[in-house]
Design a protein around this ligand. Structure first.
Ligand SMILES: *Cc1c(COP(=O)(O)O)cnc(C)c1O
Length: 242
């Protein structure tokens, strides 16, 4: 079933990202690739690292933590790990330990816990706020005012071990390109407003775009696309212990 290697698929994706950057008038290299390795074994991550991939995304903390600590015993090349899935509070300590960025901050309690654990680990950690921008999706902060309230606390210095780097969203799962576009546009406008309201809290990243919609996301200003299936193939549910 696996017809193409991970290296080959990565090469294809990188070329598509480059083309989309050019076509939409973006600077080549302005869009980073986060390879989403959830439900894929550590060997798949090693293959991607060997092919030059550095940044990975996982959405379950348990799986991420055990997979990437195993990785460190078999591969010495550097990598970065972002957590991209909704966090239960009892998983936050482990998330802070294993990741350099948590993209899926969707409530203030999560941010408070991240700060607490980052402080006790004497670590600085990046976060993004996950926004709800599409009808079908359930995840993310629902309203802009809530986002601004969180940002205000960040701007006030309430979370000294946390750096807010961006906003993340998932577009609705639909064939309707306009609905997908609107979702990405919403995130970009939120970023603009946020940067006007809080100039001391520069929010530069727009984490948006997955296997099915990353070209549209790049047209709409994405700086970080999160791609799983198009790199690693269909997820092997059950193949990886959580
Ligand atoms: C799984 C996942 C992705 C990757 O999805 P693909 O369709 O496999 O590219 C991206 N973002 C989040 C938040 C995910 O959970």
């Amino acid at each position: 079933m696996e017809t193409e290697s991970i290296a080959k698929r990565l090469e294809t994706i990188r070329a598509q990202i480059h083309d989309a950057e050019i076509k939409s008038g973006r600077t080549p290299g302005s869009v980073r690739l986060c390879a989403v390795s959830k439900f894929h074994p550590v060997q798949a991550v090693v293959e991607a690292i060997e092919a030059g991939q550095v940044l990975f995304g996982e959405n379950r903390v348990q799986e991420a933590s055990s997979k990437f600590s195993e990785l460190q015993t078999i591969c010495s090349k550097p990598y970065q790990l972002h957590i991209i899935g909704t966090l239960q509070r009892n998983k936050i300590k482990r998330a802070v330990e294993c990741a350099s960025c948590i993209q899926s901050v969707d409530r203030i309690e999560v941010l408070e816990d991240i700060q607490k654990h980052a402080a006790s680990l004497q670590k600085n950690i990046e976060i993004m706020f996950e926004m709800h921008t599409g009808e079908e999706s359930k995840a993310g902060i629902l309203c802009a005012d809530e986002l601004y309230a969180y940002a205000e606390r960040c701007a006030n210095g309430d979370f000294p071990n946390v750096t807010v780097t961006g906003l993340m969203t998932m577009a609705p799962l639909t064939q309707d390109t306009n609905a997908i576009k609107r979702s990405f546009e919403t995130l970009r406008k939120l970023q603009e407003t946020l940067n006007q309201k809080f100039p001391g809290l520069p929010v530069r990243e727009l984490s948006m775009g997955m296997s099915a919609d990353f070209i549209t996301a790049i047209e709409q200003g994405s700086t970080l696309v999160r791609i799983g299936t198009a790199i690693f193939g269909e997820r092997q549910y059950g193949a990886v212990q959580a």
